[in-house]
Design a protein around this ligand. Structure first.
Ligand code: URA
Ligand code: SF4
Length: 205
């Protein structure tokens, strides 16, 4: 039977549920149309035993080209925050709500486009599978897209950032996306808030 590009990722999930099998299967996902123009699937990375799972939006331009999450400018903010919050890299599994880069071409540049609700839903089975394998203690939910994927459409990050919210057997700590720090008029203040939320996540683990 032909697999349907608009039926979501569920039909592409492997029988074996470990990170290697999931990553291999996700490389061939055609669960929504984003795979068509992106370079590759950017799956989550980190140890299966990580206590922290950090969830962003979707790969950006550099992540799309290099095949790893958070290796561009937002990743540098994130790395700095993790280090300053005392969260060890080998205690972190890093992933995104959507695994393919969504963009519109503008001349030679590719301009990031927010994933749609349908794309977030289509990709959700991968995030769910990652959660069920890693079973983190704390899920840091970075920005509105990750919040939409994990905490529902009515959830407001700005109202609840830095709080511990139940998420299955884990606690979710919502915060802003590190890209929002880069875009903020007062970058130092935005970074300080982001760091405070990471420190809150560290305390609840
Ligand atoms: N922004 C994200 O949300 N994820 C990445 O991997 C890179 C930038
Ligand atoms: Fe599959 Fe997600 Fe990529 Fe869509 S964005 S093709 S659901 S991996």
């Amino acid at each position: 039977m032909a697999k349907d590009a608009n039926n979501g990722a569920a039909q592409f999930l492997p029988d074996r549920r470990d990170l290697g099998a999931l990553r291999g299967a996700a490389a061939c996902c055609e669960g929504c149309d984003l795979y068509r123009n992106a370079t590759q699937t950017v799956f989550g990375e980190g140890p299966a035993r990580a206590r922290f799972m950090l969830v962003g939006e979707q790969p950006g331009d550099q992540e799309d080209l290099r095949g790893h999450p958070f290796v561009g400018p937002a990743g540098r903010i994130l790395d700095k925050g993790l280090q300053e919050a005392g969260i060890a890299r080998d205690d972190v599994y890093l992933t995104n709500a959507v695994k393919h880069f969504s963009f519109v071409p503008r001349g030679k540049r590719r301009i990031h486009q927010k994933p749609t609700a349908a794309e977030i839903d289509a990709c959700h089975p991968w995030l769910d599978a990652e959660l069920s394998v890693v079973r983190p203690e704390v899920v840091v939910v970075m920005g509105a897209t990750a919040a939409r994927a994990l905490l529902g459409r009515a959830f407001k990050v700005t109202q609840h950032r830095g709080e511990a919210v139940p998420l299955g057997e884990a606690l979710a700590v919502p915060t802003i996306h590190p890209s929002a720090v880069l875009r903020a008029p007062d970058r130092d203040a935005a970074y300080a808030g982001f760091l405070a939320d990471l420190q809150a996540a560290k305390r609840v683990a």
